[in-house]
Design a protein around this ligand. Sequence first.
Ligand code: 13P
Ligand code: SF4
Length: 303
Amino acid sequence: WSIYAPYVKAINQLKKERNAVILAHNYMTPDIFHGVADFVGDSLQLAVKATEVDADVIVQCGVHFMAETSKILSPDKTVLMPDMDAGCSLAESITAEGVAQMRAKYPGAPVVSYVNTTAEVKAASDICCTSANAVQIVDAMDSDTVIMTPDKYLAQNVANLSKKKIVYWPGSCVVHELYTADELRAYREHEPDAKIIAHPECTPAVVAEADFTGSTSGIVNWIKRNGASKAMLVTECSMASNIADELPGVEFAKPCNICPYMKKITLENILYVLHTMSNQVEVDTEIARDARKSVTRMIDLSR
Ligand code: 13P
Ligand code: SF4
């Protein structure tokens, strides 16, 4: 921790001077998660928080679509992105043109887009969803057929829990698609008392092997509530690192998979953007207006 201390001190000082808050996703490294974040959570919690925080500046410690979501919901705030290249394989897999293609193929079906999408895709959709509310949102649609974009595995996992016919865009998460059901079965055979907890961006075969499937915060809450002597968090590596101190009795399975995009965010570039007020996220006014409808409709339905 001593190597991080000067950065942590400088960032926390600058936050006060700028009236800034740091919203950090659960996949941030522990130095960010425990050292400088004002609020940590999953995508849904971060989106809701962006509507509530009383600050002039939001520093989004996560990936670009999360910063766009904050800007869409808080257009009057300055939203800073520590690294503009922190993307997401799901957000990059579809454009507004892709949404139009799906609408043409399935006329009349509503489009539910995962928040892991650009502002343009959100604007072209009827509503958003996150991993925390996807089934609830899909079930609330007034149509037997629902289009989900862009995560094919989230769509297949939702289809297994919903009565709706779900058609989907073939995107995937480069982190979660790497896990295999064989790997989980081998772990369980070796560690019969262990709990396996998966994110719904994993394949349905992986989800079928898990004791619980949920959003990143759902995963953390489940393991805190249910405990375990050993656990495999079938998601990004920082999740286990961030809760390890609170749960010293739990041994977390290794190796895990790293999100190369989330890992672009560092104490150094957080300090840099707060100091220079650079990397301000902007969203076109009309796109922001339409995207806001999709995101707020989701938030209202999730309450
Ligand atoms: P959560 O909404 O569950 O935090 O997921 C975001 C994400 O990008 C997972 O890969
Ligand atoms: Fe995107 Fe996957 Fe990284 Fe989440 S873990 S930000 S879905 S690439």
